[in-house]
Design a protein around this ligand. Structure first.
Ligand SMILES: NC(=O)c1ccc[n+]([C@@H]2O[C@H](COP(=O)([O-])OP(=O)(O)OC[C@H]3O[C@@H](n4cnc5c(N)ncnc54)[C@H](O)[C@@H]3O)[C@@H](O)[C@H]2O)c1
Length: 301
C-alpha cells in the first residue's frame, strides 16, 4: 500500500498513546479517520487534534469488549464514510499482578479487551474489507507476545494470542485475499498511559516493591503505583514515533512490525536462546540504554 490518501481508517483506543498518533498521522496523510475509545474525554482531545487536517473525522465511544457494539460499528462507518480500508486494533490494557494473587475480574478485563476486542473487531470488519482493492488489518500485540516476564500472565496470554491469531489469519488471507494485508505490531517500551491505567492490587504492589527493585526485569522500579505510571509514560519511545513506524510497516506490507531497539533485541534473544532468553538480558540491557530512542514528539505539521 503506497499511500493512505483517501483511505478510511478505523482506530480503536484512539484516545491516548499510539492510537491517538495513528489517527493524527493518518489524517496528516489524507485518510479519513474513525476514532474509537472507551474514554470520552480523551477521545474528544484526539478529535480536537484532528481538526487542523482537511479530512473527514468521526468518533465513537466504544468498548471493544462489547461484542454487540463492535458488530454495529462497520455499518455506522460505511454510512458516514462509504467504506473501510484500514482497521487498527490498538486498544489495550494491563494488570500488574502475580497469577496466584490476581483477581479473576482483572484477568477477564485484560482478556476481554486485549484479545476479545481484537477478535470482535476483526470479525465485524473483515466482510466489509475483503473486496477492497487495498486494505489492511493491523493488530497490536507486544514484544510481550514474543517473550515473557513474571507478573504479566494475563497480558502475555492476550498478546501471545493476538500474535498467533494474526499470523494464522495473515496466511489465510495471503492465499485467498492478498489485497487485504494483515499485520501484527510488537512494540517495546513506548511512553504512554498504559501503566498509569493498569489495574494493580495496592497491597500486593506494596509488598513486592523490594522484590521488584532487586529483579533484573524491574531494577530501579518505583515505590508507588502513581510513580510507576509516570515513570513509564516519561520513558520509552514517543508514541508519535511508534505510530510512524507502524504506518511505514503497513506501507511496506511487513507482517511483523517491531517497534524500538528493545523489542528487536528481546526478539533476537528468544530466537538465539529459546529456553533461556531472560538470562541473556543483563547483556542486552546496556545496549538498550545506550541506543534507546530519545523521547521526542514527531513533527505533526
Ligand atoms: N506502551 C507500550 O510500551 C506498549 C508496549 C507493547 C504493546 N503495547 C500495546 O499498544 C496498544 C496501545 O497502548 P498504549 O501504550 O498506546 O496505551 P494507552 O493507555 O496510552 O492507550 C490505550 C487506549 O485504549 C483505550 N481503551 C482501554 N480499554 C478500552 C476498551 N475496552 N475499548 C476501547 N478502548 C479502550 C484507553 O482508553 C486508551 O485511550 C495496546 O494494545 C498495548 O497493549 C503498548
Amino acid at each position: 500500500m503506497k499511500s493512505f490518501k483517501e483511505k478510511v481508517a478505523v482506530i480503536t483506543g484512539a484516545g491516548s498513546g499510539m492510537g491517538r498518533y495513528l489517527a493524527v498521522l493518518l489524517a496528516k496523510d489524507g485518510a479519513d479517520v474513525v476514532v474509537c475509545d472507551v474514554n470520552e474525554e480523551t477521545l474528544n482531545e484526539t478529535v480536537e487534534m484532528l481538526r487542523k487536517y482537511n479530512v473527514s473525522v468521526s468518533s465513537h465511544i466504544l468498548d471493544v469488549a462489547d461484542k454487540e457494539a463492535v458488530e454495529a460499528l462497520p455499518e455506522k462507518v460505511i454510512e458516514q464514510h462509504g467504506k473501510v480500508d484500514l482497521v487498527f486494533n490498538n486498544a489495550g490494557v494491563t494488570t500488574g499482578s502475580h497469577f496466584k494473587d490476581m483477581e479473576e475480574d482483572n484477568w477477564d478485563w485484560v482478556m476481554d479487551i486485549n484479545f476479545g476486542g481484537v477478535i470482535n473487531s476483526t470479525r465485524a470488519f473483515i466482510p466489509h474489507m475483503i473486496d477492497r482493492p487495498e486494505a489492511a488489518i493491523v493488530n497490536t500485540s507486544s514484544i510481550f507476545g514474543m517473550v515473557a516476564v513474571p507478573g504479566q500472565t494475563a497480558y502475555h496470554a492476550t498478546k501471545f494470542a493476538v500474535r498467533g491469531f494474526t499470523e494464522s489469519l495473515a496466511m489465510e488471507m495471503a492465499d485467498t485475499n492478498p489485497n487485504l494485508q494483515i499485520h501484527c505490531v510488537h512494540p517495546g517500551h513506548v511512553g504512554t498511559n498504559i501503566a498509569a491505567n493498569a489495574r494493580f492490587d495496592e497491597e500486593e504492589f506494596n509488598n513486592q516493591v523490594e522484590e521488584r527493585q532487586n529483579s533484573i526485569f524491574t531494577r530501579g522500579a518505583p515505590s508507588t503505583i502513581e510513580e510507576m505510571g509516570n515513570q513509564f509514560r516519561e520513558g520509552g519511545m514517543h508514541p508519535s514515533k511508534a505510530a510512524e513506524i507502524i504506518l511505514n510497516g503497513v506501507k511496506k506490507n511487513k507482517r511483523r512490525i517491531f517497534i524500538g531497539l528493545d523489542a528487536k533485541l528481546l526478539d533476537l534473544s528468544q530466537r538465539l536462546f529459546p529456553k533461556h532468553y531472560h538470562k541473556t538480558w543483563p547483556l542486552f540491557m546496556p545496549l538498550m540504554m545506550i541506543f534507546r530512542d530519545k523521547k521526542q514528539l514527531k513533527s505533526l505539521d
